[in-house]
Design a protein around this ligand. Structure first.
Ligand code: ADP
Length: 191
């Protein structure tokens, strides 16, 4: 199962991706986590990415494509994967399609987690208090939301045109949302 998870910052994508990972026993690939790890390790990529992330902008497409290409060439993604945070604009969606086409492993499902803007703001404020992520300050969050609306929201249309998109309501408990996503993926029979 090769899945792309879409949703605004604070939509609960990361939380839901982690649950799907356990359910399907396939890797959860979060580009945000990969970048934060590179920052923590002070690699050349991390040094380049940190300032961009701290402004809530997108890391350049060519850098992201290298990162994702390397990750997707690992043996553990053979049974499938859940992509969280990639693709984040149309150019990335097209690059991913080309890459996976080359590997003969196209995306099979795209799930868009939809939440109201009020809920997103509320969740990010809570996460800022709990985790202290350096890009969760009010101004940067506002910028990330703007970047999302302008660049990432159109990615849903990309998958919709291919008949791969399902929209799922991201409000309610974590388990309720998770059950909706599994239902949307048509694998909910056993539990
Ligand atoms: P969120 O979904 O809450 O905005 P992420 O952890 O997915 O957070 O991403 C954090 C930051 O990492 C983004 O604001 C961006 O700077 C960078 N980033 C993550 N994925 C990508 C990507 N595919 N392309 C460009 N930048 C990315």
């Amino acid at each position: 199962m090769r899945i792309v998870l879409l949703g605004a910052p604070g939509s609960g994508k990361g939380t839901q991706a982690a649950l799907l990972k356990d359910h399907f026993e396939i890797p959860h690939i979060s580009t945000g986590d990969l970048l934060r790890q590179a920052v923590a390790d002070a690699t050349p990529l991390g040094m380049k990415a940190k300032a961009i992330m701290d402004r809530g902008e997108l890391v350049p497409d060519d850098v992201m494509l290298n990162l994702i290409e390397e990750r997707l060439s690992s043996a553990d993604v053979k049974p499938g994967f859940i992509l969280d945070g990639y693709p984040r604009n149309l150019a990335q969606a097209e690059a991913l399609e080309a890459l996976l086409g080359k590997l003969g492993q196209p995306i099979e499902e795209a799930v868009m987690i939809e939440v109201s803007e009020d809920r997103v703001v509320e969740r990010i404020a809570k996460r800022a208090a709990e985790e202290g992520r350096s890009d969760d300050t009010e101004d940067v969050v506002r910028n990330r939301m703007r970047v999302y609306e302008e660049q990432t929201a159109p990615v849903a249309g990309f998958y919709e045109d291919q008949g791969l998109l399902t929209r799922v309501l991201g409000e309610g408990s974590i388990e309720e949302v998770s059950a909706r996503i599994r239902g949307a993926l048509n694998t909910d029979g056993s539990d």
